[in-house]
Design a protein around this ligand. Structure first.
Ligand code: 3HC
Length: 285
């Protein structure tokens, strides 16, 4: 049985945008967190991202200084996967590469006790394939957080072929205990969100490339016309164009031509213009 009452410490694999966000949200909600990445520098960057985000909450008076400090105190950084041995649940948020994720899951399977749920934050890869690297396929589940994790309200729970109903229920409970609302998707490429979001983004890029409108008008049109907070080009920059391309390629491979990435998306990524994070994407930052 997996019960929230037994969960004190959450392990997070990956201290990038998503991993650090998950660590922050877990710690703010009272859990001890062990945040692991492969290099000390990445772990430090993760703490910087958390610091910035906590500062924003404090300056908006959404969090007290003491709660921000307590959040930081609850997070331990490490580069050793073995340090996750005492975690009561682990959420993986490493790079979107199946081989890397399978290696991590095989290692986690060896390190953490048999009854610990292993969740993956993958955006498009198969939960079932990731789980097949372990001997606990029934305890592997998708917990797909949205970027920026500390602000976005939703988490997608993704059900692998072997994931038990009990583990699925636990995943919903855990996400809700982190202050999120959930929905559920079967383990099909892109799940609900990215299956629908990525074609939307790619169509925005194609519309721009084909001269339908300026990038500003495409983003404004979608914002004012459909009440979304960001248009497709802004949102692509926000997510990271490399991440959009990887996700689009997975969808294309699995679901065929209607998911073909836009040519301009590929050209931008090849040029190193990855959006907000490099200062240059469809917009300049
Ligand atoms: N930490 C803390 N607070 C933050 C923050 C962070 N990382 N980022 C933004 N905020 C706060 C701001 O301080 C601000 O607070 P306020 O309401 O009290 O003023 C509020 O969030 C809004 O931020 P801004 O005023 O700076 O800017 P916006 O109004 O443009 O909001 C946004 C930013 C929240 C990112 C909003 O534009 C948005 O919701 N955009 C859509 C994001 C989205 O769709 N994310 C999902 C992407 S898909 C995904 O992640 C799946 C993956 O698999 C690809």
């Amino acid at each position: 049985m997996h019960d929230l009452e037994d969960i004190d410490t959450i392990g997070v694999v990956g201290a990038g945008t998503m991993g650090s966000g998950i660590a922050q949200v877990a710690a703010t909600n009272g859990y001890d967190v062990v945040m692991r990445d492969v290099e000390t520098e990445y772990v430090e960057n993760g703490f910087d991202t958390i610091d910035d985000s906590l500062d924003r909450f404090v300056s908006k008076e959404k969090l007290s200084e003491s709660a921000a400090e307590a959040t930081l105190d609850r997070i331990t950084g490490t580069t050793a996967l073995d340090d996750l041995a005492d975690c009561d649940v682990v959420v993986e948020a490493a790079v979107e590469n199946m081989d890397v994720k399978q290696d991590i899951f095989a290692d986690l399977d060896a390190v953490v006790p048999d009854d610990v749920v292993l969740a993956t934050n993958t955006s498009t890869l198969s939960i079932t394939t990731i789980a097949s690297a372990t001997d606990r396929e029934d305890e592997v589940v998708g917990l797909h957080f949205m970027n920026p994790v500390p602000v976005m309200k939703g988490v997608e729970v993704v059900v692998g072929e072997k994931t038990t109903d009990e583990v699925v229920a636990f995943a919903h409970d855990l996400a809700e205990d982190l202050g999120k609302e959930t929905w559920e998707s079967d383990d099909k490429p892109g799940f609900v969100t990215n299956r629908i979001l990525m074609p939307w983004i790619n169509e925005g890029i194609r519309a721009y490339d084909e001269g339908v409108a300026s990038k500003e008008d495409i983003d404004t049109g979608m914002k004012l016309g459909t009440n979304v907070p960001m248009g497709p080009l802004e949102l692509a920059d926000h997510i990271g164009l490399d991440i959009c391309l990887d996700a689009s390629r997975t969808l294309h491979e699995e679901l065929g031509d209607r998911y073909k990435p836009a040519y301009l998306l590929k050209r931008k990524v090849d040029a190193g213009d990855l959006g907000k994070k490099t200062g240059e994407g469809f917009y300049t930052y």
